[in-house]
Structure formats: structure tokens, C-alpha cells
Write a protein that binds this ligand. Sequence first.
Ligand SMILES: CC(C)(COP(=O)(O)OP(=O)(O)OC[C@H]1O[C@@H](n2cnc3c(N)ncnc32)[C@H](O)[C@@H]1O)[C@@H](O)C(=O)NCCC(=O)NCCS
Ligand SMILES: Nc1ncnc2c1ncn2[C@@H]1O[C@H](COP(=O)(O)OP(=O)(O)OP(=O)(O)O)[C@@H](O)[C@H]1O
Length: 203
Amino acid sequence: MIHTNGRIIGITGGIATGKSTVTEYIQDKGYKVIDADKIAKSLMVKGSSSYKKTVEYFGKDILKKNGEIDRKVLGDKVFSNPKLLKVLNSLTHPFIFEEIKRQLEEAYLDDIIFLDIPLLFEEYDNILKYDIHFDEIWLVFADRDTQIKRLMKRNDLTKKEAIERIDAQIDMDWKKGKATRIIYNLHSIENLKKDINLLLENL
Ligand SMILES: CC(C)(COP(=O)(O)OP(=O)(O)OC[C@H]1O[C@@H](n2cnc3c(N)ncnc32)[C@H](O)[C@@H]1O)[C@@H](O)C(=O)NCCC(=O)NCCS
Ligand SMILES: Nc1ncnc2c1ncn2[C@@H]1O[C@H](COP(=O)(O)OP(=O)(O)OP(=O)(O)O)[C@@H](O)[C@H]1O
């Protein structure tokens, strides 16, 4: 069991639905936020255990000239091939979950801890294995067309590539049924902030 005094609120959603936009705002308001994507990135730096295992399996083709992992190249490989995505997950997730657990325990004095974790439902077995218990789960929702549009724009992807990334995750409508709260991020960012304020006031 993770030792914290406070509540743990999971923030999840589909790719490019707006999780980071939501958690950046929550963090600006002074709340403690742990970001699984940031942890994953920090653990993939040149020379780390995840890096070594990933390069050993995927080969030097995934490296940039300076020896760092080219995330676009690796992303293209794994999101177009579910088997390879599974391999990458198996090489990286143990390190990521260890670090999430460590950061949760480090934040034991905070009353509320938000954990931004895109794969909360996809990796539920790991959530249980690492003894992470959510008091609430907030789902940031956007419809598929909006996801595609935002993802193509932000990552400079073709429609096909955006769809592959969306389809590498569990369907958003299924996730809706499992969440405590749903944040509909379909309109302006100002609108989104108002909705978040309401949720925070009611904590
Ligand atoms: C494949 C990689 C190199 C692509 O890097 P890139 O910089 O393009 O994307 P980034 O890491 O910023 O992730 C963006 C979004 O992609 C989605 N995503 C990332 N990894 C996965 C995955 N394994 N399965 C499904 N969706 C994923 C999430 O919604 C995430 O928010 C990178 O995502 C990665 O190393 N993934 C494996 C680690 C992982 O599972 N990270 C998610 C946090 S638990
Ligand atoms: N309400 C909105 N209106 C317009 N653009 C938005 C809105 N919300 C988010 N965006 C933009 O959509 C993109 C995706 O948002 P964000 O990065 O917050 O999503 P995410 O869920 O964290 O993505 P990922 O799963 O890839 O980490 C960003 O470029 C962001 O600026």
C-alpha cells in the first residue's frame, strides 16, 4: 500500500484530449501534480536502463545523431505495430511505475495529489501491482474528430498516423463509463478552465 496522507486523483483520457492542458492549470493553482509522461521521458535519457533495453531491442535506427532516442521514429514504429508497442511497454513500464510509486510516496504530506497518467485503464494491472489506489478518476474527454485534429496539428502527423495512435488506446466511450468525473474539453481553453475551477471548488 502506498503511504500518503492525502487523496490521489487520477487524470486520464485519450491521446491529445487535453490532459496536460488540464494538469498544467491545476499545477498553476498550487496543487501537487505527478506526470507519468514526463517520468517516462526522463527515464528514456541516453544511458538509462530503459534507454539501453530499448536500443538493444529496436536497434540503432531509432537513434538521432547525438545518440538520443528519436521519439518520432520510435513512435512511428510502435504505433503502427501493436506487437512492438507491447514490447516497448514491457521494457519501459516497470521503471515508470517504480518511479510513479516513489513520487507518490515522496508527496505523502500533500492533501491531494493529481496523477496525470494516460494509460490508467490500459495499465490497470500495473496500477494494482504497484498498489496505487485512486480516490477519484477524472477523464478528460474529446470526441475522436477533435482528437485527430489536435494530434495532427500538435505532432505534425498525417491523419493515418493520428488514427493509429488513437487506436493504440482503449476506446474513449468505454473509459467514460469508468470515470468518477468527465471533463468535456470540446470548446475553448477558457471554458475548460471554468469547468476545472468548479471541480476544484467541490473537492
Ligand atoms: C513511443 C514514444 C517514444 C513516443 O514519444 P512521443 O514524444 O511522440 O509521445 P509522448 O511520450 O509525449 O506521449 C504522447 C501520448 O502518447 C500516448 N502514449 C504514449 N505511450 C503510449 C503507449 N505505450 N500506449 C498507448 N499510448 C501511448 C499517451 O497518450 C501520451 O500522452 C513514447 O510515448 C514512449 O516511450 N512510450 C512508452 C512509454 C509509455 O507508455 N509512456 C506513457 C506514460 S505511462
Ligand atoms: N480546448 C482546447 N481548444 C483548442 N486546443 C486545445 C484545447 N485543449 C487542448 N488543446 C490543444 O490540443 C493539444 C493536445 O492537448 P494536450 O497536450 O493537453 O493533450 P494530452 O491529453 O496531454 O496529450 P497526450 O496524450 O499526447 O499527452 C495541444 O496542442 C493543446 O494545446
